[in-house]
Design a protein around this ligand. Structure first.
Ligand code: RIB
Ligand code: CA
Length: 313
């Protein structure tokens, strides 16, 4: 099967970083470009981190274009899971020297879609500001999108770990509202499944066997990320964004169901929440596909295999 052409829009971010590594190293992904957005850290930092990551893994031929500095309609609320730099705890990652594409992310996405010979899969792993702005500025190019597989949302089975609001949606709910109602084929990989792909002792044991420079940096990333997660929620580090990317590589990793998602843009307590209607009670049909379960063991087997692959660092 030929590789899937993909654009990743991200806010690295420790878990975004691992998604980028997987995309670059997977023979099933043709990573056409990376665009950056504010979220886990300021845009300057997420862009610098994207450059550092892509350069370190040898992906200097993959263009990086910088996107939106603020959400569409509200002040930026930064994420808290990656430290002030957005990629704290990585002493062995060299500083960035790789140049940026001179286009804005939205224009880069448009040019890439317009020149592609086949539909492209967009994989947003941060707030959806760039994607929404692309849809607003280039509506005639919407049909060049094959599908969107995004990390975002939380839909049911509330628990102390599955909160009503998930950060990527909460950070820019107006943008998310545009994307889920765009008519594009959207799959949402939300906390309902990503909170089941946690890095804990067994995963650290497997990752520790990967004796390469990349393996060492990934361990550094996850050591910081897991410690911060455990301090906040008492569980390991959830590989949110890597799972969204993995779904493009192997769709059988998850089970899904169609639903209509409404996003709370005004609520005092549920602001930014993704409210799912699975039974068409609102009479609005369906607008997205939701991931409902994940085969965690097969996900981690895929991750380990891509990190062990000798093709990269
Ligand atoms: O809620 C998890 C999401 O928020 C992930 O994309 C993580 O990187 C943060 O951006
Ligand atoms: Ca992210």
């Amino acid at each position: 099967m030929s590789a899937t052409p993909v654009l990743i829009d991200c806010d690295p971010g420790h878990d975004d970083a691992i998604a980028l590594v997987m995309a670059h190293r997977s023979p099933d992904i043709d990573l056409l470009g990376v665009t950056t957005v504010c979220g886990n850290a300021t845009l300057d930092r997420t862009t610098t981190n994207a450059r550092r990551i892509m350069e370190f893994i040898g992906a200097t031929d993959t263009p990086i274009a910088e996107g939106c500095r603020e959400p569409l309609a509200r002040p930026l609320v930064l994420g808290t899971a990656d430290g002030p730099s957005g990629l704290d705890g990585t002493p062995d990652l060299p500083e960035a020297s790789m140049a940026l594409d001179e286009r804005h992310a939205v224009d880069f996405i448009a040019d890439t879609l317009a020149s592609a010979s086949e539909p492209i899969t967009l994989v947003p792993t941060g707030p959806l500001t760039n994607i929404a702005l692309f849809l607003l500025k280039y509506p005639h190019l919407k049909d060049r999108i094959g599908r969107i597989v995004l990390m975002g949302g939380a839909f049911y089975r509330r628990s102390e770990y599955i909160t009503p609001t998930e950060f990527n949606i909460f950070c820019d709910p107006e943008a998310a509202n545009i994307v889920v109602n765009s008519g594009v084929d959207v799959t949402m990989v939300g906390l309902d499944v990503t909170m089941h792909v946690l890095v804990e002792e067994p995963q650290f044991a497997e990752l520790g066997k990967i004796d390469t420079p990349l393996g060492k940096v990934v361990l550094d990333w996850l050591a910081f990320y897991e410690k911060l997660h455990r301090g906040i929620m008492g569980v390991g580090g959830a590989l949110h964004d890597p799972l969204a990317l993995a779904v493009v590589i192997d769709p059988s990793l998850i089970e899904t169901r169609p639903a209509h998602i409404a996003i709370d843009l005004t609520g005092s307590h549920m602001f930014g929440a993704t409210v799912a209607d699975f039974w068409n009670e609102r009479g609005e049909g369906t607008n997205v596909t939701i991931a409902t379960s994940v085969d965690s063991d097969r996900f981690f087997d895929l991750l380990y295999g891509l990190l062990r692959d000798e093709r990269g660092v």
